[in-house]
Design a binder for this molecule. Structure first.
Ligand SMILES: [Zn+2]
Length: 305
């Protein structure tokens, strides 16, 4: 009898069934009609809010399922062997591609073909609104050291659903501005795609779940894990590419991570820092765009004689 009772669903509320989602949704529409958009999603009627969360969760699961089936490792995304030759025998013999130690490999990173597939599947369009400014600057003969390109992803109604930033030092491409713009465009596109619907977090975690045998924790759990030499190089390169002040970054790391040197960062702190660097680059891009506009104005005002 007790077992049977447990199978009975507990009553959620004493209100009649008709007062469920449709009524709540109706109430929500009335609120919107009277006051415009609700001030915060937390002001929505509970049932509407819960239905929204459930839908989001289900859609995310569907998206991940699609990503697992449609994206090909080595074509759409990939991992990099990051362990040094001292740490990996196979790497020491130039056979890192044969290495099966999951700790030696980076998290999977999304590549351009993968980003294009995801955007195509979601029916969104990709634009680079600041690209034109760089083309104009190049035509005017402005000596550029870095390019920072913004990517905007828009849904069918033209609403921006995600944006991303890609930066590139011109020197990296031997002064070839066109190539630098293409590379910056590519990373901005990937960045924006990852940010769309919080894919950044989902992508790295769930794709790793594809191979359960690779999820075992490191043997030595007492030592605090720190970033690999490759991650350190990537960090320095990112700071350089974004044209950020290295000392300013170090200062932030000292305060936020309680770490004096970049190689002492934990992988989690490293990931957090990369996000922060992107934000700073974003701010810097806005500042540069503003300055470029000022320069353009000044040049238009200049007397040609
Ligand atoms: Zn290895």
């Amino acid at each position: 009898m007790a077992a049977r009772e447990r199978k009975q669903p507990a009553p959620v509320s004493s209100e009649p069934v008709q007062a469920g989602i449709p009524a709540a949704a109706q109430e929500s529409r009335n609120v919107v009609a009277l006051h415009g958009a609700p001030a915060s999603p937390l002001d929505l009627p509970t049932e509407v809010f819960r239905a929204g969360l459930d839908r989001r969760k289900a859609n995310r699961a569907a998206l991940m399922e699609w990503i697992r089936s449609a994206l090909v490792e080595g074509t759409d995304y990939g991992r990099i062997h990051t362990a040094s030759k001292q740490k990996c025998q196979l790497a020491a013999h130039g056979r890192a591609h044969e290495c099966a130690d999951p700790r030696h490999w980076s998290k999977p990173s999304l590549w351009k073909p993968g980003a294009e597939k995801i955007c195509g599947m979601l029916g969104v369009s990709v634009t680079f609104p600041t690209l034109h400014d760089y083309e104009q600057a190049a035509l005017r003969g402005v000596d550029l050291k870095h390019v920072i390109i913004r990517c905007e992803i828009r849904d069918a109604s033209g609403r921006v659903v995600a944006d991303g930033v890609g930066a590139r030092g011109i020197a990296q491409d031997c002064g070839d501005l066109n190539k630098a713009l293409k590379m910056a465009e590519k990373s901005a596109h990937i960045d924006a795609t990852l940010r769309m619907a919080g894919l950044s977090e989902v992508f790295t975690q769930d794709l790793e779940d594809m191979k359960p045998e690779q999820t075992e924790p490191p043997a030595d759990r007492t030592a605090r894990p720190t970033i690999s030499a490759a991650d350190h190089r990537r960090l320095e390169a990112t700071i350089r590419d974004y044209g950020l002040d290295r000392e300013r970054v170090k200062e932030w790391v000292r305060k936020a991570c309680k770490v004096d040197h970049f190689p002492d960062l934990s992988p989690a702190q490293f990931e957090k820092l990369l996000v922060k660097l992107r934000q700073w680059a974003d701010e810097e891009a806005q500042r540069l765009a503003y300055e470029n506009a000022q320069i353009a104005d000044a040049e238009t005002d200049k007397c040609p004689f």
